[in-house]
Design a protein around this ligand. Structure first.
Ligand code: NAD
Ligand code: IPM
Ligand code: MN
Length: 356
């Protein structure tokens, strides 16, 4: 029996609704593969902020530093400004644990009616590699002259040679194990000073990966091409902000943001990596039991893979995708199942119907 200790941070809204399905699926697949998960659950959330004045305790990172991984639901709730909830919890974990790669795969799945004409199951299989600790998400800047006629806001984007090179290197290595194609999201047509630097670093890395083809796309044109021809893409590498936007866009192309998973990776394994669905706390549907748990289940599958259990990971995905292919899906995908109903179908397929 292999045991793992997972730090569980359900967070806010549907974050608390999609993690129990992920735990149930991990328990079921773990049983078949001799893997046991124990959880330490942390109530770090907007509710905690309102009660105690902080999203997490000041030694929060130390409390989860020695866990094998972090599984997070979603953070953010009306009544607490987003910059408070995010800079108070999500961003410190990503940065404190040097999770500089945010890996966000997207597939068009059987049984999911995507919004695009002529794009069917299997046509789209791409992954967004998002820089996750620097770039446009910087702490340098602020607001001046609040409420005056001269009010202004400034934020400096920070791109470092080391920070860009390591994430781009990760993207090229990943492409080498896929379809050998990297698309770099850029905006180097003279406006944004940081992007010519990004381009130079991409060129340096690409020179070390002869087997991998590189396409450079301006972010605006890339957004259009993702809608017009999503099947053209394999690995897309982008800065923190570009990667954020592209990952929601690509998830929508696949049918719903509710299906999209994310792995915030510390590739050197000095710290735990964090697995979380791409979506947020969805206040508009929270508490109704209808959130799609697939993003969380897929994130849990990515965690299994990261921990060295690719077969168990595949089994989770086969069960989750199998349920969709058999016509069971949540409302966001046009189906009628609720969170619990879809999860039941996935559990039934683990080690049984549809499992490999
Ligand atoms: P959101 O992802 O919460 O919701 C966007 C839309 O997608 C909503 O209509 C929602 O109902 C729908 N949706 C999202 N997940 C779904 C699911 N699993 N099943 C079905 N439908 C789903 O984004 P938002 O509205 O921009 O943000 C809401 C809050 O969440 C904000 O406070 C924001 O800062 C936070 N947020 C947190 C994270 C995170 O923790 N990683 C990510 C994004 C947004
Ligand atoms: C995500 C989210 C976060 C981000 C927000 C909530 C800060 O949108 O995980 O994609 O932009 O990184
Ligand atoms: Mn996002």
């Amino acid at each position: 029996m292999t045991s793992y200790r997972i730090a569980l941070i359900p967070g806010d809204g549907i974050g608390t609704e999609v993690l129990p399905p992920a735990q149930a699926v991990l328990a079921a697949v773990g049983k078949r593969h001799g893997i046991e998960f124990t959880y330490d659950s942390f109530d770090w959330s907007c509710e905690r902020y309102l009660a105690e004045g902080a999203m997490m305790p000041s030694d929060g990172l130390d409390r989860i530093r020695r866990h094998d991984a972090v599984l997070l639901g979603a953070v953010g709730w009306p009544g607490v400004p987003d910059h408070v909830s995010l800079w108070g919890l999500l961003i410190p974990i990503r940065r404190g644990f040097r999770q500089y790669v945010n890996l966000r795969p997207v597939k068009v799945l059987a049984g999911v009616p995507g919004p695009l004409r002529d794009v069917g199951a299997g046509d789209v299989d791409l992954v967004v590699v998002r820089e996750n600790v620097e770039g446009e998400y910087s702490e340098i800047g602020g607001r001046l002259g609040r409420g005056t006629e001269d009010e202004l806001a400034v934020q400096e984007a920070v791109f470092t040679r080391k920070g860009v090179t390591r994430v781009v290197e990760y993207a090229y290595t990943l492409a080498g194990s896929r379809r050998n194609h990297v698309t770099s999201a850029t905006k180097s047509n003279g406006i944004v000073h940081t992007m010519p630097f990004w381009d130079e670093l991409v060129e340096e890395v690409s020179a070390r990966h002869h087997g991998v083809r590189t396409t450079k796309e301006h972010i605006d044109a890339l957004a259009a091409k993702l809608v017009l021809a999503p099947e053209r893409f394999d690995v897309i590498v982008g800065s923190n902000l570009f990667g954020d936007i592209l990952s929601d866009l690509a998830a929508a192309v696949a049918g719903s943001i509710g299906v999209a998973p994310a792995a915030n990776l510390n590739p050197e394994r000095e710290f735990p990596s964090m697995f979380e669905p791409v979506h947020g706390s969805a206040p508009d549907i929270a508490g109704q039991g209808k959130a799609n748990p697939l993003g969380a289940l897929w994130s849990a599958a990515m965690m299994l893979d990261h921990l060295g259990h690719p077969e168990a990971s595949e089994e989770v995905l086969a069960a989750a995708f199998g349920a969709l292919a058999d016509g069971v899906s949540t409302v966001d995908l046009g189906g009628t199942a609720d969170t619990a109903g879809y999860t039941r179908e996935v559990l039934e397929r683990i080690g049984g119907r549809g499992a490999s």
